[in-house]
Design a protein around this ligand. Structure first.
Ligand SMILES: C[S@@+](CC[C@H](N)C(=O)[O-])C[C@H]1O[C@@H](n2cnc3c(N)ncnc32)[C@H](O)[C@@H]1O
Length: 227
């Protein structure tokens, strides 16, 4: 499904832009994971690595996965500029999340932000949920349907919008406690939309507003797997 939005597509998108890393993690990650005790984390679709590096700086041991080698190369370089200790806490893995299965019941935190795979989103989220250790946290952030409808080919073709309730419905209520299932708005600039925080879809969705303030509509799901 949507083969055209696989590895080559993402490689091209990263190669077409200068590195955008500025060290700022996604705000919903900071809001939802800032109080968690560090352990093992999976950042699925890590891009240029701001979230993985932020987690590592807080003591997490991170597996950071992305399909785009260019993004991972930049991420690794950024981590190394921050010192060997931090760099050693992140494993950068190039893999396609549509056919990469993380170890089951393994991670204390599984975090994914604005990843819209070119295959079943439900199946991906199911695998990510399975990889959360008992007592661990699943954090899924994406674009809420209340936001502007996307104009970019990738965003519209992959139907990047979803609600937290849709994701929560796929979690076994006997195993999961839903801590947060919300739509949240936040302000950003179109520049941010272009450079790693609101990411490429955000930029696509706001073409023609470069440099102007925009409102981002986030879907936020945080759930804890019962011990
Ligand atoms: C919009 S960016 C978000 C990056 C990062 N999570 C962030 O919030 O800054 C989406 C990321 O998902 C990655 N991606 C898309 N499809 C993927 C797949 N099938 N497997 C692994 N990574 C994928 C892209 O390469 C890209 O880095």
């Amino acid at each position: 499904m949507f083969e055209e939005f696989g590895k080559a597509y993402w490689e091209e998108r990263y190669r077409g832009h200068a590195a955008a890393y500025d060290g700022r993690p996604n705000p919903q990650l900071v809001a939802e994971a800032g109080e968690l005790a560090p352990g093992t984390a999976l950042d699925a679709g890590c891009g240029e690595g701001a979230d993985a590096i932020w987690l590592a700086s807080r003591g997490w041991r991170v597996t950071a996965v992305d399909i785009a080698g260019t993004a991972l190369h930049r991420a690794r370089e950024h981590a190394e500029t921050l010192g060997a200790d931090l760099a050693s806490r992140v494993d950068w893995v190039q893999a396609d999340l549509t056919d990469w299965t993380p170890t089951e019941e393994h991670f204390d935190l599984v975090s994914t932000h604005y990843v819209h795979p070119a295959a079943s989103r439900e199946a991906l989220f199911h695998r990510l949920a399975a990889s959360v250790a008992p007592g661990g946290t699943l954090l899924i952030v994406g674009h809420h349907p209340s936001g502007p409808q996307p104009t970019g080919s990738h965003a519209s073709a992959l139907q990047v919008h979803f609600t937290a309730e849709e994701i929560a419905a796929g979690l076994d209520p006997g195993r999961w406690d839903i801590a947060v299932a919300e739509a949240r708005t936040r302000s950003a600039t179109a520049h941010e939309g272009h450079d790693g925080h609101e990411h490429h879809e955000g930029h696509e969705g706001h073409e023609g507003h470069e440099g102007h303030g925009i409102t981002i509509h986030d879907t936020v799901l945080r759930a804890r797997k019962r011990p």
